[in-house]
Every structure is written in structure tokens, then in C-alpha cells.
Design a protein around this ligand. Structure first.
Ligand code: ADP
Length: 176
């Protein structure tokens, strides 16, 4: 069974989403940074950094969960994507692992809905199309055997990314 009814593409600011969990493309310190990480820390409030300071950071490919604090989302799952070094540093496997670990944490915390940004495709420079294909492949495979989360939102931030991702999504699910 294809999972395209459980994987939904939207163009939104991820901090505004009322889902059980949003995923943060964090850095290994978990203490905030630029891009989506900065936006999430600003919207969640200073309690988030306080909480994160107790977690001992996070390695690339892994994920850690925190409350959402001032966000509409209940949880934030912080995952550390790989920095792109022309594919020489295990980047594909690490990005796959970011999606799998985040989904595992969501399922363990009984999340019905989760929203992912395009991990590693900003400051970490992972090629956009490859990153989207890895996301789709990994999420689709996870959902084959897992009941939760029921809904996975893939979130772009900008019209160009949304158009590109829509094309990749349609090709992946062989939609007309
Ligand atoms: P990384 O360091 O993992 O590359 P970035 O935050 O630089 O992380 O970029 C990851 C993706 O997050 C990019 O596609 C960027 O457009 C997107 N992004 C930035 N801000 C937001 C936001 N508020 N909501 C959703 N996506 C965002």
C-alpha cells in the first residue's frame, strides 16, 4: 500500500503548526542556531534552551525529544543532520537515520502527527532533490510497518522549494 495519504507536503512556517511533534534541524549543541533552529527556539521561548542544556548535545543522525514549551506543538524532536561534504562523510546514511530516529521517538511518545522541515538542505548544503528522496523513502518505509504517526507533514519554507518538492513527491508516488 502506498502511504501518500499519510505523507503530506505543505508550505508553512513549521513553528505555527498544531501537531503532536515538530522536528528541529538542530546542531549538535542543541542550544539553538540559525535557520529553522533559531525560529523554533525563538517561538518556543527561553525555557527550551534551558531544558536542552541538560541533554548533553546530540550527534549527527540521532534525535532527542523535548516539550514544545510556547509552541502549539506538544513536542520538539531535535535531530542533527549531516553537513554535506560531497557525499564523502556518510551523509546519506546519516540523513536516513535522522528521519528514522525522529519517527521512532514520535511513535514512542504516541504522536499521531509529526512535521519535518527539509533537514540539512539549508546551511548544511545537502543537495535538495537527494534530501527529499531520502526523506520520502525513509518515511514511506517506516510507515509500512508502523501505525504511528498516522500523519507526517513535510514542510517547505518558500515557493521554490515547495514546487521542487511537489515534483519529487509526485514522481516518488508515481502520481499523474
Ligand atoms: P540545516 O542546518 O539542517 O541545513 P537550516 O535551518 O539552515 O538547517 O535549513 C533547513 C531547512 O529549513 C531549509 O529548507 C529552510 O528553508 C527551512 N526553514 C527555515 N526556517 C523555517 C521555518 N520557520 N519553517 C520551516 N522550514 C524552515
Amino acid at each position: 500500500m502506498p502511504n501518500n495519504d499519510r505523507i503530506l507536503l505543505i508550505n508553512e512556517n513549521i513553528t505555527t503548526l498544531k501537531v503532536n511533534a515538530i522536528v528541529n534541524a538542530a546542531n549538535s549543541s542543541l542550544m539553538g542556531g540559525g535557520g529553522v533552529d533559531g525560529a523554533i527556539h525563538r517561538a518556543a521561548g527561553p525555557e527550551l534552551a534551558q531544558y536542552c542544556s541538560t541533554l548533553n548535545g546530540c550527534v549527527a543522525g540521532d534525535a532527542k525529544i523535548t516539550p514544545g514549551f510556547n509552541l502549539p506543538a506538544t513536542y520538539i524532536i531535535h535531530t542533527v543532520g549531516p553537513v554535506w561534504y560531497n557525499g564523502t562523510k556518510n551523509e546519506h546514511q546519516l540523513l536516513t537515520s535522522c528521519y528514522t530516529r525522529s519517527l521512532q521517538l514520535a511513535a514512542e511518545h504516541h504522536c499521531n502527527s509529526i512535521a519535518f522541515p527539509c533537514i540539512s538542505t539549508g546551511a548544511y548544503r545537502f543537495p535538495f532533490e537527494d534530501a527529499c528522496k531520502i526523506a520520502l523513502q525513509t518515511i514511506d518505509e517506516f510507515l509500512q510497518s508502523e501505525y504511528l504517526p498516522q500523519k507526517v507533514y513535510l514542510v517547505t519554507f518558500g515557493d521554490n522549494d515547495f514546487k521542487s518538492y511537489s515534483r519529487i513527491y509526485s514522481n516518488f508516488f508515481k502520481l499523474p
